[in-house]
Design a protein around this ligand. Structure first.
Ligand code: NDP
Length: 234
């Protein structure tokens, strides 16, 4: 990996994303936090800078073409490249939701964020990775998106993550041999706003699963689905 590496992490003013930004900065990255609310992003980056870390924040709504384009323009103007893209932003763990009577407008919104958000971000940054023949794309997915043992508990969320996994496979195949590794990662069940207080894992443990895929060497896997650095079923 080049020196002075640049990482973009979406939805990262709190939760797993924030801890990923922190850990990558500790590894020598400049971490750029994307946050829907710029005040929350600024507050998080200020706190992390107070730990001596190289972190900045920019407004980013991954469901908006305009916002993603503006974010990418600012990042590329300022830093010239992005070495790692962590697609972390997601909404709506719709536990107990009915697939028959669910609000489809809400389901569309979830797809816009959880699935198309990652796609938009990849369209914005993968071309510069390809030019430089280096990049790591980590799609933060979930075991709930695994088709192998999918049930009906979280129908919309699971569908968005299964789609995200398909995107991981297709993107990995299309950029194979260009120095870019693309993987899906499940952080496990983690104590965050989404995971709730009863989850067994800390944000540190969840983030470690994600950071592993950012730090992969050139010989590392691509087009895979991992938790804690181990392959899991699609
Ligand atoms: P949180 O709910 O704590 O954080 C989600 C983040 O995404 C928030 O910062 C939120 O910001 C942001 N976000 C939502 N919508 C957008 C948007 N349109 N544009 C930009 N940012 C947005 O969740 P976690 O930290 O728990 O989850 C992180 C990732 O890990 C997600 O992809 C999740 O699906 C995955 N995951 C989590 C598990 C868990 O147990 N926690 C288990 C398996 C996977 P805002 O406040 O603006 O909404």
């Amino acid at each position: 990996m080049p020196d002075n590496r640049i990482a973009v992490i979406t939805g990262a003013y709190r939760g797993i994303g924030r801890e990923v930004a922190r850990r990558l900065a500790k590894q020598g990255f400049t971490s750029i936090i994307g946050a829907r609310d710029p005040k929350k992003g600024d507050q998080a980056s200020t706190e992390l800078r107070q730990e001596g870390l190289n972190v900045s924040a920019l407004q980013l709504d991954v469901s908006s073409d305009t916002s993603v384009q503006q974010f990418a323009k600012e990042v590329l103007q300022k830093y010239g490249r992005v070495d790692a893209l962590v697609n972390n932003a997601a909404i709506w763990y719709d536990y107990g939701n009915s697939i028959i009577s669910t609000d489809l407008a809400k389901a569309h919104e979830a797809f816009e964020i959880n699935f198309f958000g990652a796609w938009r971000m990849a369209q914005a940054f993968v071309p510069t990775m390809r030019d430089r023949r280096f990049g790591r794309v980590v799609n933060v997915s979930s075991g709930a998106g695994s088709l192998a043992d999918m049930g009906g508990n979280t129908p919309v969320y699971s569908a968005t993550k299964a789609a995200l996994n398909a995107f991981t496979r297709a993107l990995a195949a299309q950029v194979e041999g260009s120095g870019i590794l693309v993987n899906s990662v499940c952080p496990g069940w983690v104590r965050t706003e989404m995971g709730g207080p009863n989850a067994p894992r800390s944000v540190e443990q969840g983030a470690a699963s994600v950071v592993w895929a950012v730090l992969l060497p050139a010989s590392g896997p691509t087009g895979g689905f991992f938790r804690d650095g181990e392959p899991i079923a699609w």
